[in-house]
Each structure stands twice: as C-alpha cells, then as structure tokens.
Design a protein around this ligand. Structure first.
Ligand SMILES: Cc1cc2nc3c(=O)[nH]c(=O)nc-3n(C[C@H](O)[C@H](O)[C@H](O)COP(=O)(O)OP(=O)(O)OC[C@H]3O[C@@H](n4cnc5c(N)ncnc54)[C@H](O)[C@@H]3O)c2cc1C
Length: 274
C-alpha cells in the first residue's frame, strides 16, 4: 500500500535504522543458532513440533492475540451475582487461545511425556521461541512442567491420579471440577509476607484430618503473598506440617463437589506481569 507522504515542508524526519517486520518468518527455521543447539542436544526428533510452533511466533494473528492478552489484563471475580464466593480469575479469550496453543505444542509436559534423549533441550527450544511471543502464560506452563516429575518421584499414588490430567494437551479454561475437565493448570505458592526465601518462617499450618503422613488429607489454614496463576485448577501449597514445611496438593474442588475455600484477595502487579 502506498502511503501519502505529507508535503515536504511539513515532514519532521525520515524513518531509518529500524528493523523490518518479522511477520511470516519461522522463528525456528530462521534461527540457525537454535537449530544447531537442538541438533547438538540430541533433539532433532522434535523438529517437526518446533517448526510448527516456530511458524506461529511471528504470525500476525498470534501476535495480535499476544498483544490483546497483555493489554486486556485479567480480572478477579470474587463473587457470583448471587453473592456466593467463586474466587476465579477471568482472562481475555486471547490469553486462553495462547495458553491452549502452548499446550498443543507440549510446552507444559514434553519431557514428562517423552523420555528420549534431548527432551529437555526440545522443550527449552520451544520455550525460548514461545517467550518471543508471550510470557504471561508461562507461569502455569512451567509450574506444570516442574510439578510432574516432583509428584512422580515423591508421591506416586497422587501422580497416578493427577499426572494424566496434567499431561493432557487439551487445555480447558472452564472453572469447573477437575474431573469434568480435559486438562488442568497448576500453580504454586510458598511465599508469605514475612519471607519468600526462608520458607521455614511460613505461618501457614497444615493439620491432619485423620492419620498424618504423606498423601493423607490435611486442613490448611494461612495466607499467601504470591501465587502466580492463582486461578489454576490445582495449587501446590507450602505449609508447616508436623516435621516442618511440606508441600500439599490443593485442588480447587473437593471430592464432594464443593469448592475448596481458597479465597483470592487481589491480583497484583509483579514486575510487569499481572
Ligand atoms: C514475577 C514473580 C512471580 C512470582 N510467583 C510466585 C509464585 O507463583 N509463588 C510463590 O510462592 N512465590 C512467587 N513469587 C515470589 C518469589 O518466589 C519470592 O519473591 C522469592 O521467594 C523471594 O522472597 P522475598 O521476595 O520475600 O525476598 P526475601 O526472601 O525477603 O529476600 C530479600 C533479599 O534477601 C536475600 N536473602 C534472602 N535470604 C537470604 C539468606 N538466607 N542469605 C542471604 N541472602 C538472603 C535475597 O536474595 C534477596 O535479595 C514470585 C515473584 C515474582 C517476582
């Protein structure tokens, strides 16, 4: 399209020394350093997935969604219109499109699903590209990635129950019980006001409902200060148990179909991220 330039005496400057648009470039195919790193790291088998993801990074339609997901920030919905607590976070549909796309490309679970050599390299390459499009969705993605091996290693009984849902590539944003969903997102919270690094000072307490011990039911009472992706379906919560701080899997819904009373107080600004 030809732009009509202002009359020469009205021009203030000419635009130069600016990069051209990246639209249409494949973020994987055109990144020779990344491609070489993937091959050297033994992840050539993942190139089809990486090329397919790479095609979306500079796609104007995806870039527009990323822009929208950043501009139209999430909103905290604490009550429904009848005054019942719901404690959910509402996002612009563009946010859900983007996180759904990340799930399809397996950013949340690639190395947990595929034990081939180079799986972590493949996943890192995907994340490196994805971060060029949008970082706001990476928290639940990365937490899921971290939680799966932790659960498998430390609590295989819970892993058996939860990991299939965590591995799902079918992202499901509906705020409904996890057993009705096609996939879940995960959050994590340890940080409290009196300290983040020093979790020994946590004042959130976990009391056993019956027999104490790993994998048993606990009642947790306390207040957290940071929880990225607070609207997630499952929150891993650090709380003081009988022998010191421990980590608890806290589902948003209880087995009897009632809401687990997790109250979200506010959404806060954290280093440009909401
Ligand atoms: C974008 C973002 C997202 C976050 N998401 C989450 C989340 O999802 N869940 C969650 O639980 N938390 C989250 N956090 C919080 C984060 O994990 C904490 O900020 C972190 O644990 C540090 O705690 P703090 O800020 O209280 O700092 P402090 O622990 O008070 O530390 C302050 C300073 O003291 C130093 N320090 C602390 N202890 C020691 C020590 N023993 N020796 C020497 N130096 C020390 C630290 O390096 C730092 O410079 C998030 C933070 C950010 C910025």
């Amino acid at each position: 399209m030809a732009y009509l330039q202002p009359r020469s005496e009205l021009r203030t400057h000419s635009v130069e020394n600016q990069s051209g648009p990246l639209e249409g470039l494949n973020a994987f195919e055109n990144d020779i350093v990344l491609k070489e790193a993937v091959r050297r790291g033994g992840a050539s088998w993942a190139e089809a997935n990486l090329t397919s993801l790479g095609a979306k990074i500079y796609d104007p339609a995806w870039m527009e969604r990323a822009e929208l997901a950043n501009r139209v920030t999430p909103e905290l919905k604490r009550f429904d219109r009848f005054g019942r607590r719901v404690d959910t976070v509402e996002f612009h549909p563009a946010y859900h499109d983007i996180i759904g796309m990340a799930f399809q490309h397996d950013l949340h679970a690639l190395a947990a699903r595929d034990s081939r050599r180079g799986a972590h390299v493949a996943r890192s390459a995907a994340e490196l590209m994805f971060a060029q499009l949008e970082c706001g969705v990476l928290c639940p993605i990365d937490i899921t990635y971290g939680v799966i091996p932790m659960l498998r290693m430390h609590q295989p009984d819970l892993a058996e129950q939860w990991v299939p849902l965590m591995l799902s590539q079918d992202y499901d944003p509906r705020p409904i019980p996890h057993w009705e969903k096609t996939g879940v997102t995960i959050a994590f919270t340890s940080t409290e006001k009196q300290g983040g690094s020093d979790i020994r000072r946590n004042s959130t307490f976990a009391t056993p409902v019956g027999e104490p011990g790993p994998g048993r039911e606990y009642l947790i009472r306390g207040h957290k200060w940071f929880c990225s992706a607070a609207g997630a379906d499952v929150i891993f919560v650090v709380a003081q148990a009988e022998k010191g701080p421990s980590c608890f899997l806290v589902p948003r819904w209880l087995p009897d179909g009632s809401r687990n009373p997790i109250q979200l107080e506010r959404l806060k600004e954290k280093m440009g991220n909401r």
